[in-house]
Design a protein around this ligand. Structure first.
Ligand code: MRU
Length: 361
């Protein structure tokens, strides 16, 4: 996608010993590129949410493991870096998937060959991510086209969190569908949930504005009201992990949008590249939910009158706070899962992946 007319991705290699990323904690106020040259840098970037979004977390982890092997290609270093990176954020399964893939690609190699092979594998994961999310865009755009053909007016999409190119390597997941539809001339307007406490909705606004997609920022509690009033035609979100039976873990607040959508008869889709599907888990309840720092809830950030980024306290420290970062939307509330292979009802998700071994039932 483009920033100020220049093509950009959310992560890119610099030679074969570092990657650059955008510090997403500073957006939309400040655009700053940072270099990650050591595994510890990658771990820090994921932990602090300098990079975020399930696919990007996975790709950053993959490069981080490759950087660890450049410093020390031993078996112990491989296992240690894999464990530390895996621990950096628990919910998005893309991280485990990408780390396992890099580890499996190098573990049988002599140590002297591991760093180069890991770097190549991480680059392959990044390139694949772009292809998967481009295909998701094409498949999701057909849903928006069908709605437009029926309604004969602008299609109003409601989305939660940030699922655009910042959250992946390029294009994104749910927003990839919006971009593809917009680029094909299908008129779309996006209701953007603010997504407290980290306000990833502001990243979505920044992306949509740059791409020229009409959009409106709303507070997280406005969606249900808009749905009741017929001002939302479809909800499309991303996911951090989807179980084999189609339960969807996504940013906190997603579940409430799905409940409201069902009550108002509005279709609810999750746009999900296959590395986000955890075929080893059946039940959404078994997905680990990240609990983040109370300070995220107790403070807000913004610009002061002089344009400086400032943080302001909402309550005194010591107030009781819970800050679960994700929730589970049960498959029964999900109309369809948009993947790179096509769109399936949650209970038919496996049919899109016939190469998987059959299940017991
Ligand atoms: O905490 P974040 O910002 O990493 O959470 C991101 C989300 O929940 C996205 O909706 C999800 O990763 C899908 S994005 C491609």
């Amino acid at each position: 996608m483009k920033v100020n007319g220049k093509s950009m991705r959310s992560i890119w290699p610099v030679g074969d010993a570092a990657v650059k990323v955008i510090d997403q904690r500073l957006l939309p106020y400040q655009f700053k590129v940072c270099e990650l040259a050591r595994a510890g840098d990658a771990e820090h970037a994921i932990r602090t949410m300098m990079v975020r979004g399930a696919p990007l977390i996975g790709v950053t982890g993959a490069y981080g493991l490759a950087l660890a092997l450049r410093a020390d290609p031993s078996d112990a270093a491989l296992a240690g870096a894999h464990a530390r990176l895996l621990d950096s954020r628990p919910t998005a399964v893309n991280l485990r998937w990408a780390l396992d893939r890099v580890r499996d690609a190098v573990v049988e190699l002599p140590p002297s060959e591991r760093a180069a092979a890991a770097w190549e594998e991480a680059g392959g994961i990044a390139r694949e991510d772009v292809a998967l999310n481009s295909a998701i865009g094409a498949n999701g755009a057909e849903i928006l086209r069908a709605l437009h053909n029926r309604l004969r007016r602008t299609v109003n999409v409601l989305t939660h969190c940030n699922t655009g190119w910042l959250a992946a390597v390029d294009f994104g997941t749910a927003l990839s569908a919006v971009y593809a539809a917009h680029d094909k001339g299908i008129p779309v307007h996006v209701w953007v949930d603010e997504t407290r406490p980290r306000n990833q909705g502001l990243l979505t606004v920044w992306e949509l504005a740059a791409h020229g997609v009409p959009h409106t920022l709303i507070v997280d509690n406005a969606g249900g009201h808009l749905m009741q009033r017929g001002q939302v035609d479809v909800v499309i979100v991303g996911a951090d992990r989807v179980t084999a039976r189609g339960d969807v873990a996504n940013k906190i607040g997603t579940y409430l949008k799905a409940v409201a959508a069902l009550d108002s008869g509005i279709p609810f889709y999750a746009a999900v590249p296959s590395p986000t599907i955890d075929w080893e888990l059946e039940k959404g309840e078994d997905i680990p939910i990240e609990e983040r720092a109370p300070s995220e809830v107790l403070e807000v950030a913004g610009l002061d009158a002089d344009g400086n980024t400032v943080r302001a306290k909402l309550l005194p420290e010591g107030s009781a706070v819970a800050n679960p970062a994700f929730d589970i939307t049960p498959a029964r509330l999900v109309t369809g899962i948009i993947t790179e292979r096509g769109v399936a009802e949650p209970w038919r998700l496996r049919d899109l992946f016939p190469e998987l071994p059959p299940t017991d039932d």
